[in-house]
Design a protein around this ligand. Structure first.
Ligand code: KG4
Ligand code: ZN
Length: 330
């Protein structure tokens, strides 16, 4: 039974997870409202909010798991990076304190590996190694060959913005709520728009690599529009839908290229990271299989795609099964 703590960005996530994949208790404190006025995550505000919320979140997750204190778990795990350093520190200090006070095993978790491994708890049957992972979050956009725990080969990476960051920037441009990330608001607006309303190029259409790129075409389209146009709901929804369409088409083309080059071994594609919560991405991604390849696409439920404590506890449980622990001075 592992207590997992996540404080790498703007969500204070805590969970108690058993090594058989049972989620015993979970708590998450979102800071969306605190960052709203600033149009993005402010590190100092995030750190203070983690400090305020973490003790209560640990208590709540333990209580929901039917436990009275961290003395009753077997191990304590925490995200050690990548993320905002001053925020990571809040989680790390608390995890080290709990592990030391109760004499528990301690596991240092890599945030991206935790996103990747989520599918092995949340999807049935769990994808066996090796598998391909499309990891799209606020900070990363990568295609990985995941061979095992701690063994991920980067096949392609973004050349500029991560996909989540591109969603956040376009959301800001359209003056949508961006506190907890602009993706969900942009996705809702896109649902009302015509994806061919604003002509946008699909980036790097002819480049023979697996890398990702997103351009400033959306910003230019908005800047070129008249004041009147910009205020019109149909224009805004059209921009949102056109951006989403171009971005997802770009992902599809990269995936098709990977499929053509790598063949069907491995035959499973895992979607992970915050943007994998997007319904349109989830709907469209199996397309490589539809046009002939027997890829099995697996994706955790949306709430487990965005940052949470469950992924940290589970990634640690996977490491503990291999006998991997860390010194608390990590
Ligand atoms: O994995 P995550 O919670 O945090 C990082 O590790 O970065 O991902 C957050 C990112 C944000 O950029 C957010 O806007 C995006 O994921 N996101 C979405 C959706 N939900 C979250 N993007 C598009 N559609 C969504 N439904
Ligand atoms: Zn994340």
């Amino acid at each position: 039974t592992v207590l997992g703590i996540e404080t790498s960005c703007d969500d204070t996530g805590v969970a108690v997870v058993r090594s058989d994949g049972e989620i015993l208790g979970e708590a998450i404190a979102s800071q969306a409202e605190l960052h709203e006025a600033w149009g993005g995550v402010v590190p100092g505000i995030a750190r203070d909010a983690h400090r305020d919320a973490l003790g209560g979140a640990v208590e709540l997750a333990l209580r929901r798991a039917g436990l009275s204190s961290a003395a009753e778990v077997d191990a304590v795990a925490v995200t050690v990076g990548p993320g905002l350093e001053i925020c990571l520190r809040v989680g790390c200090e608390e995890a080290v304190r709990l592990a030391t006070a109760h004499g528990k095993a301690f596991v240092a978790v890599h945030h991206l590996e935790a996103h990747v491994l989520m599918a092995r708890l949340a999807c049935h049957p769990p994808p066996p190694f090796p598998f391909l992972t499309l990891l799209t979050s606020g900070g990363h956009c990568q295609l990985l060959l995941t061979r095992g725990i701690g063994d991920h080969q980067v096949i392609g990476s973004t050349l500029d913005d991560a996909l989540g960051e591109a969603y956040d920037k376009v959301a800001r441009l359209l003056e949508l709520p961006v506190g907890g990330g602009g993706g969900p608001a942009l996705e809702s607006l896109a649902r009302e728009g015509d994806p061919s309303a604003t002509p946008l190029p699909v980036p790097m259409r002819n480049k023979p690599s697996f890398d990702f790129s997103l351009k400033t075409a959306v910003r230019l389209a908005v800047e070129r529009a008249s004041e009147e146009e910009r205020a019109s709901p149909a224009f805004r929804a059209g921009v949102a839908a056109s951006f989403q369409n171009a971005a997802l088409r770009h992902l599809e083309m990269r995936l098709t290229r990977a499929r053509d080059s790598l063949g069907c071994a491995p035959d499973t594609l895992v979607l992970s990271g915050g943007v994998a919560a997007n319904a349109e991405l989830r709907r469209r991604t199996p397309s490589p299989r539809d046009d002939g390849a027997p890829w099995r696409m697996v994706v955790p439920p949306p709430r487990l795609c965005t940052d949470n404590g469950v992924m940290v506890a589970w990634a640690a449980a996977e490491r503990l099964k291999l006998g991997l622990t860390d010194a608390p001075d990590v």
